[in-house]
Design a protein around this ligand. Structure first.
Ligand code: AQP
Length: 348
């Protein structure tokens, strides 16, 4: 059971999170993030969700595909249960406060902090990091700006984003300390559930990722029932049957991944999955998992495809969301300029 959300002293509870439209959304994005975004919205907490297109361009994106992927991600959010009337849903580049605050944070954060980020190291591994974009290096400062432009107190994320959230806390603390204010909250990451780190279907030691070159490694929100079933049938496993206890999955990353996915899709614990399926061979467990995945993901895919028939409506929703987001972020960033000592005398 999830811990009740505790609000950092003196700040109203507000949830912010985002997903990069750097490809189609995956089952990892759905279980690790989107499903939980919907749960938070349904708990009645103030929720702000963003398609972080400025993060996406830290690696090359085809402009036509980026627009398509942003709309598709918005359709995916709505199809999964995000209600644009109850949550604010928008794309990052429409609210300039993100970029403005990111610049301030570029001047607060230290080079050494950024260089220690494992995502930076992973994304530049095996390549000459001199050729990576400056934006990719500064990515966590922009992420801190995304969160703190709303003084968000909680951020639901997958396990891979934990380190970036710690850096966001460090930036907030350094800003508060440097300027002698209690302006930004020390935001809490919310990492919950059985699928905080969904792994690749081809390699249980690697995160399922939308930018993995192998389409077989992931389930996409756009995959139809046949494709989902085929990918699960071909998922890497070992020859042993499923154990009855969690301990038996310790050195079996591929098996553990499928059990965790099952648990998250069925809203039960991995221990319950093993209580029901312990002793089963993958020949019978995989079809059960495929049926479950299709029954959960199928309706979302169908609704997403329907929403994608009217891209003008999606653009309208994102535009309206960005006006509401701007109304919160603008005064916060204006106050930051004031704290930092910048003159704001323009009459607009
Ligand atoms: N495999 C995953 N398991 C659980 N959660 C995941 N998330 C991503 N992959 C998994 C969570 O989804 C949210 C949005 O992530 P993102 O799109 O902003 O960036 P990412 O974490 O870098 O995701 P990808 O799919 O790996 O993107 P690319 O390939 O473009 O780098 C986050 O909360 C993340 O934790």
């Amino acid at each position: 059971m999830a811990e009740p959300v505790q609000t950092p002293h003196a700040f109203a509870t507000r949830i912010f999170s985002g997903i990069q439209p750097s490809g189609g959304l995956t089952l990892g994005n759905y279980l690790g993030a989107l499903k939980r975004f919907v749960e938070k919205q349904d708990e009645g907490i103030e929720t702000i969700y963003c398609l972080v297109d400025m993060h996406a361009i830290t690696v090359w994106q085809d402009p036509v595909k980026l627009r398509q992927q942003t709309r598709e991600a918005a359709a995916g959010f709505i199809a999964a249960g995000i209600d644009p009337a109850r949550s604010i849903l928008f794309n990052q580049s429409q609210v300039s406060a993100h970029a403005e605050l990111a610049w301030i944070f570029n001047c607060v954060a230290r080079m050494g902090w950024m260089g220690r980020m494992t995502q930076w190291k992973d994304k530049t591994a095996g390549q000459n990091s001199e050729n990576a974009s400056l934006g990719l290096f500064a990515y966590p400062a922009l992420m801190a700006a995304d969160i703190l432009a709303y003084k968000a107190t909680h951020v639901p994320v997958g396990e891979d984003q934990k380190q970036h959230l710690e850096l966001c806390r460090d930036i907030a603390a350094k800003f508060n300390n440097d300027f002698g204010v209690n302006f930004f909250p020390i935001t809490e990451p919310v990492i919950e559930g059985a699928a905080t780190r969904v792994m690749s279907l081809r390699d249980g030691t690697k995160k399922m990722s939308k930018s993995d070159p192998s389409d077989q490694s992931r389930i996409n929100l756009t995959d139809d029932a046949d494709t989902i079933a085929k990918k699960i049938r071909k998922a890497k496993t070992d020859p042993e049957p499923l154990p009855s206890e969690l301990d038996g999955l310790k050195d079996r990353p591929d098996a553990r991944n499928l059990v965790n996915i099952y648990a998250a899709l069925a809203n039960i614990t991995p221990a319950q999955v093993l209580a029901d399926h312990g002793g089963a061979q993958f020949g019978s467990f995989k079809p059960a998992l495929a049926d479950l995945a299709v029954s959960v993901m199928g309706p979302i895919t169908t609704e997403m495809n329907r929403l994608m028939q009217d891209t003008a409506e999606i653009d309208r929703i994102l535009g309206e969301g960005s006006v509401r987001a701007n109304a919160i972020a603008r005064p916060i960033v204006d106050e930051v300029y004031d704290i930092v000592g910048m003159i704001r005398s323009r009459m607009l």
